[in-house]
Ligand binder design. Structure first.
Ligand code: HEM
Length: 298
């Protein structure tokens, strides 16, 4: 497999893991104590898996960058090349901090459930998601334009994490499987679901607003226009990404405006699953987008 192909795969896994961690941790903050108590124990496994995936994919991403830097796979494990990448490149210095953050997640997720663990999980996962904004095409701008572009991109990725990552715990809450103390359609279960859905939907609307504005600004800073040009592969991939996002938004609107008022939780759960699958496709497109030359030069 070429370094480019491996890079695409680890970017996808890393984005998925980091967004999932941040969105899940944030959901615990706004979904309410009852929802937190119900799904907290059922999210231990996915949170641990995403923490390991964030660290492992982060390490492989660095090794692939070293392979690129050295011109072949052998360079990825060459001490001199790795040292040069880590301590002499902007990417390397940032990545070292990001790997330390990802490593810090492992003991945090094993801590006893409570405000300390939840707070650390939110803080560390937010730094992991936001710091991705300092990489990619946003890192190509210098001076104040660079600061503005990276801050915009960090906001884009944090909002993406809040929306996409929050779908995982929401899906768990809606899952039609009687949990220990709770019957599926008992009045208190539906009241809890309705409350958590409403809170998620409100956070989702804010996140989508931020995603749209920061996405348009990103495109404007990279190619000078928010309208993707189909003449370049970058433009075509962004167009596919926007089409997928539009379908996701249609599903979210159907949930908010049609299914939620009718308390049709099984149908809502199916649309949330569809949003998750579409969201993975958008992250896959974004994983490719950030590696393509925006002006179409190959
Ligand atoms: C669910 C919705 C979305 C998700 C999951 C998403 C995800 C991402 C990710 C992961 C990146 C980082 C790529 C990188 O740094 O290499 C990114 C970059 C970007 N996104 Fe989004 N995004 C979403 C919606 C949007 C929308 C609606 C727009 C446009 C209005 C947009 C425009 C951009 C642009 C221009 C970039 C920069 C690409 C580059 O650096 O080459 N995104 N997005």
């Amino acid at each position: 497999m070429t370094p480019d192909t491996v890079l695409l795969l680890v970017r996808f896994v890393h984005f998925w893991a980091v967004f999932g961690l941040f969105g899940t941790a944030l959901f615990g903050l706004y979904a309410g104590s009852a929802a937190r108590a119900l799904i907290g124990p059922r999210l231990g496994g996915p949170v641990a898996l995403m923490s390991v995936a964030a660290l492992a994919s982060g390490i492989v991403w660095l090794l692939v960058e070293a392979a690129h830097f050295g011109g072949d796979w052998a360079a990825c494990c060459d001490a001199d090349t790795l040292t040069a990448v880590v301590f002499e490149t902007g990417f390397g210095k940032l990545w070292l901090w990001r790997l330390l953050l990802a490593a810090a997640l492992l003991p945090i997720v094993t801590m006893e459930r409570g405000p300390a663990r939840d707070g650390l999980l939110i803080a560390v996962s937010a730094m992991l998601a936001g710091s991705l904004g300092l990489t990619g095409h946003a890192a190509m701008d210098l001076g104040w334009r660079g600061v503005a572009h990276q801050a915009n991109h960090a906001a884009h990725l944090l909002a993406v994490g809040a929306w996409l990552g929050g779908l995982l715990p929401l899906a768990r809450l809606l899952a039609d499987r009687p949990a220990e103390a709770l019957q599926t359609n008992a009045p208190q279960t539906n009241a809890l679901r309705a409350d958590a859905l409403h809170r998620f939907s409100t956070v989702g609307i804010i996140a989508v607003g931020i995603i749209l504005v920061t996405g348009i600004v990103n495109a404007g800073m990279i190619v000078g226009s928010p309208i993707p040009s189909l003449a370049t592969s970058w433009g075509r991939v962004l167009a596919v990404k926007l089409l997928l996002v539009a379908i996701m938004l249609a599903a979210a609107l159907a949930n908010r405006l049609v299914l939620m008022p009718g308390a049709r939780y099984a149908a809502i759960a199916r649309l949330v699953l569809a949003e998750q699958i579409l969201g993975l496709a958008v992250v896959a497109a974004a994983s490719l987008l950030g590696t393509l030359p925006p002006d179409g030069a190959m």
